[in-house]
Design a protein around this ligand. Structure first.
Ligand code: ADP
Length: 256
């Protein structure tokens, strides 16, 4: 059973955090186009140089470029059993391309996380990422009072020291621009998915743990099975008995 999941929603809705955790617990890769592009900018590659200014303005990079990146990434062996897409598709052309890329891969489940704009601006302005690896502090369920601690994502981060910083495109002006583009280009595209039987909506104002549970429930219901059955299937695939989420997470990490 392939688990093909697309996370939809505005910047700051919690897609990245939830995608990261869902991928880890279900043994499939998270494919975040924002992360891929930020890595390219960080490394100074040709791609990074081409997209840096566009990203800093909060605009979208070209469809052909991003479609090519996603097509290549989803063809890799680790995505054969499924994937969690975060940040793609964002336009009608990208959605059409994704249908074509996934046409022979089983159902694609689309989950939209809904959060009002003012809450998004508040969240994004407070968001902190690791200056070295780009990981979002929220993804590690860090509380604000321990944010001065080290990023634990890679050995390098653990050694370097506290490096939590604001993302360069998270200033209020740029966030408002990203939201404008979201409502203009991306939200109409979500209408394209909303008529499908595998489309689900969840309330992103709940706690991260509640959103996580709602996400698992949404995926299971889109696949036509109870959440417990999905957990059993995933546990079997990860090579164990039916495991509690915390153990599944450790297993996922051990495999990473
Ligand atoms: P957000 O917090 O807005 O969800 P992301 O990390 O997904 O941010 O993306 C950051 C930036 O990367 C976007 O503002 C855009 O410039 C670029 N980007 C990411 N994904 C796409 C995409 N699918 N199409 C075009 N541009 C993209």
């Amino acid at each position: 059973m392939a688990l093909n999941l697309v996370m939809l929603g505005p910047p700051g809705a919690g897609k990245g955090t939830q995608a990261e955790r869902f991928a880890r617990e279900h043994g499939i890769p998270k494919v975040s186009t924002g992360d891929i592009l930020r890595d390219a900018v960080h490394s100074g590659s040709e791609l990074g140089q081409a997209v840096k200014a566009v990203m800093e303005r909060g605009e979208l990079v070209g469809d052909d470029l991003i479609i090519g990146i996603v097509r290549e990434r989803l063809l890799r062996a680790d995505a054969a059993a499924g994937f969690v897409l975060d940040g793609f598709p964002r336009t009608a052309a990208q959605a059409t391309a994704l249908d074509e890329i996934t046409s022979a891969r089983g159902p694609v489940i689309c989950v939209e996380i809904q959060v009002p704009d003012e809450e998004l601006v508040r969240r994004v302005r407070g968001r902190r990422v690791c200056d070295d690896c780009g990981a979002n502090a929220d993804a590690f369920e860090q509380k604000a009072d321990v944010l001065s601690g080290l990023c634990q994502n890679t050995e390098r981060c653990r050694d370097i020291g506290p490096k939590w910083v604001a993302r360069s495109d998270d200033s209020e002006t740029v966030v408002r621009e990203r939201l404008k583009i979201y409502w203009r280009d991306t939200r109409p595209m979500i209408e394209y998915y909303s008529a499908r039987p595998t489309f689900r909506v969840i309330d992103g104002l709940q706690s991260p743990e509640q959103v996580r549970e709602a996400l698992v429930g949404a995926v299971a219901s889109a696949l036509g099975m109870p959440a417990a059955e999905l957990r059993t299937l995933v546990a079997q695939r990860l090579g164990g008995d039916d495991v509690a989420p915390s153990r599944a997470r450790q297993k996922g990490e051990a495999q990473a």
